[in-house]
Structures are given as structure tokens and as C-alpha cells.
Design a protein around this ligand. Structure first.
Ligand code: NAG
Ligand code: NAG
Length: 297
């Protein structure tokens, strides 16, 4: 293999591994164009990803709650471990972009385990924008998947990251996202978007009329791991698109915690007593497990 080709493979390998380890591909934006045929899957060694332990949380500010988000299967002991490490909530992926996009069946056990462990639960959806299924059809798969497993859904977060995964035509993307939002709202759900200013600009052309009632979960890190963390506050937030204020921030990515690889988040608790009381009432009034409604705008 020629030296240049080897170098290129190494660079692509590194970027690909880091992209795979995270729910959004931080670096992908900067390395365009990245041609698919340059990949050789047998070169990719996932065991080389080593997530460093997450530091203990030190919460001096009662207006923030701590959460983690992840997409992999989990156990009850892992959920109990998160709870005892002072995390109040999880964001679990309930829709995977694989194939045409599908309900993530692993989410059911995670939701039940998290409920048993006393964690607040939010679900997010990584949709498949390049699919024969429209946005609302993908939402229906997610919604029915949860409901058919006895889970009541109050809110949904839609992942709008990794511009390379989306259409080059922003109108197509806006219509696709809008289709999910409208369907979710028809079901009475609150809707949040997981994105960043850069992603939102690349994918939607900085769509400003997405709706003032949408919640925002933005991410900002310098890179994966502890050294790439930004402060666990909203101090770095700047308004963009239709988002005037955030509800959640992802400030750390790809860290190990309770034998899981997670991203870490802070969310606005608002009036803590009121939020806790509301959650408790929701849970006791329903025989179903409730997901969503932990985070409010
Ligand atoms: C982007 O697409 C890749 C390949 O289909 C997928 O593995 C990844 O989860 C997608 N990421 C997002 C954020 O859509
Ligand atoms: C991919 O790498 C493997 C192992 O190095 C090699 O055997 C195979 O021929 C490569 N495939 C392509 C399409 O380059």
C-alpha cells in the first residue's frame, strides 16, 4: 500500500472510530468530503475505543439536574449504579437509524430497569432521513413500540446531528423533521430537538420557524472523554434557529460510568420541588411506566 494511501486510511480510521463512538459525528463536519469506498470495515477495531471514567458529579447548583444518554442495552444493576452516582435521569435511544429506521427494542428493558431504579426517563429518536419511511411513519414505529410494551409517552427528543446523514436539500430535511414533530404533537407529546447550532444550520439552513414550543437539548464538547468536556452549565449557550433557551446540554461524550459508555448532560430543574411532585403524581396515577415529562421547557 502506498504511504499516502496508508496515511489516508489511518486518518479515516481514526475519524470513523470517533464518529461511531458518539451519537453525533463531531468531526465529520470538518473532514468532508469523506468517500464511502475508502472505508475497509475489516480495518476498524472497535475494541480500540477506550472510554475514560467519568468524574464524580459535584452539584453545587440545585437549578441543574444530571443525566446520561446512551444507545446500548443496559441492566438493572447499571441503572441502580447511575442512581446511586447521583444521576437523576437517563435519555435512552428508542429509535435506531439502521435500515429504514426501526424501533429500538433494547429500549424497553432499559426503560423498565431505569423505572425500577427510580430514575427519570426521557426517550430520544435517531431518525433515518434517507429512508422509504416518512418522518411520521418512523415516529409511529417508535410510539407504537413503546405503547405496545405498556409504556406511556409524554415527550420525545429528535436527534438532528451528523449533517452527512441528511439530505443536501434543507427543505427536504425540514419537511422530514416537521413530519415527526407534527405527528408527535397530534399524540399530545412535548417535542425536543437534540442538535447544535452548527448541525441545525447545516441540516435545516437555520430553520427559525420550527416552533417556539420546541425544547432544545444542545451539545457542546471539545472532543470525547473527560478532557473534551465543557462546563456543566448553560453559560455557553447562544440563541439560534427558533431556540431562545435550552432545556438540556450535553457537556461530555464517550465516558465510562457504571460499566456503560455514556454521554453526560445537565438539565434545567426549574422549581425542583414542583418538578419532583409532578413526576411522582404522573407515576402513581398511571399503571403504565411513563417516559418523558422529566424535562420541561
Ligand atoms: C449516521 O449514519 C450512520 C450510518 O448509517 C449511523 O451508524 C449513525 O448512527 C448515524 N448517526 C446519526 C446521528 O444519525
Ligand atoms: C480489507 O482489508 C482486508 C485485511 O487487510 C483485506 O484482506 C481486504 O482485501 C480489504 N478489502 C478491500 C475492499 O480493500
Amino acid at each position: 500500500m502506498k504511504i499516502a494511501e496508508r496515511m489516508l486510511k489511518l486518518v479515516i480510521f481514526t475519524l470513523f472510530v470517533s464518529a461511531c463512538a458518539r451519537p453525533q459525528d463531531l468531526d465529520t463536519n470538518r473532514v468532508l468530503p469523506l468517500s464511502q469506498e475508502l472505508f475497509n470495515v475489516s480495518d476498524i477495531k472497535f475494541e480500540q475505543i477506550e472510554a475514560k471514567p467519568a468524574p464524580e458529579i459535584v452539584n453545587n447548583d440545585a437549578s441543574y439536574g444530571y443525566a446520561v444518554d446512551f444507545s446500548l442495552p443496559t441492566s438493572l444493576s447499571q441503572m441502580k449504579c447511575l442512581k446511586s452516582a447521583n444521576y437523576a435521569a437517563i435519555f435512552v435511544r428508542a429509535f435506531t437509524p439502521s435500515g429504514s429506521g426501526a424501533f429500538d427494542t433494547n429500549s424497553v428493558a432499559t426503560i423498565r430497569n431505569a423505572y425500577s431504579a427510580g430514575l427519570g426517563i426521557e426517550v430520544y429518536m435517531t431518525p433515518q432521513p434517507i429512508s422509504s419511511l416518512q418522518g411520521y411513519q418512523q415516529f409511529d414505529l417508535l410510539y407504537n413500540g413503546l405503547v405496545n410494551n405498556g409504556i406511556t409517552v409524554r415527550s420525545i427528543w429528535i436527534q438532528v446531528t451528523s449533517p452527512v446523514n441528511w439530505s443536501k436539500t434543507v427543505t427536504t430535511n425540514i419537511n422530514f423533521i416537521n413530519s415527526i414533530i407534527s405527528r408527535a404533537q397530534q399524540h399530545g407529546l412535548s417535542v425536543g430537538i437534540y442538535t447544535s447550532q452548527y448541525d441545525w444550520n447545516q441540516i435545516t439552513g437555520n430553520w427559525v420557524t420550527a416552533g417556539s414550543n420546541l425544547m432544545l437539548w444542545y451539545w457542546n464538547v471539545y472532543g470525547p472523554g473527560v478532557t473534551g468536556e465543557t462546563p456543566a452549565t448553560f453559560a455557553d449557550f447562544r440563541a439560534f434557529g427558533s431556540f431562545k433557551q435550552p432545556s438540556v446540554k450535553q457537556y461530555a461524550q464517550v465516558e465510562s460510568l457504571c460499566n456503560l459508555v455514556v454521554n453526560r448532560d445537565v438539565y434545567a430543574v426549574g422549581i425542583p420541588a414542583a418538578a419532583a411532585a409532578a413526576t411522582k403524581t404522573d407515576l402513581t396515577n398511571s399503571k403504565n411506566i411513563v417516559v418523558g415529562g422529566v424535562i420541561r421547557q
